[in-house]
Ligand binder design. Sequence first.
Ligand code: NI
Length: 182
Amino acid sequence: MLKMSDVLDEKNKILREKSLEVTFPLNDKQKQTVKEIIEFLTNSQIPELAEKYDLRPGMGLAPIQLGIKERYFVVVHEYDEGKFDNYVIFNPKLVSNSEEIIYVGEGEGCLSVNREVCGIVPRYARVTLEGYDQDGNKIRIRGREELAVAFQHELDHLDGILFTDKIDPKDPFKNKDLYREI
Ligand code: NI
């Protein structure tokens, strides 16, 4: 079972590395890691379990945050109270996006960033990604609103980018009125 201490902190330079394309079929260890990430993210969003296992809530994780330089991510989205959808996408690419830009009003969070960071991170309101599922089948997934934000946040991790990079420290709420708050 993954623990909070398995997640690398923002100070760790590995987080700045680019993750590498994954080849199929996945081996047992890779499949096990995917399962563990899903379990970790799900538990972290269920308050009793988050407390029991001492987890900060998070909806997404890229393996680079565990020091594994593989190009995929996992998002566990609570679409209704206590109900979760899992998204696991390998070698993902952004293939289309809305013109509209949104930002998370309370600020984005990241399991690797253990502090409050205020400021606007502009994200597309809707995105379509293409990639592969765990069996190597080509898939196309759409996300809107917070799910779209999560996808873009995780895609950035695969290129060594953290959400904090996108906030201007001198003017964290720059251009606020150009975007829609969610
Ligand atoms: Ni993150």
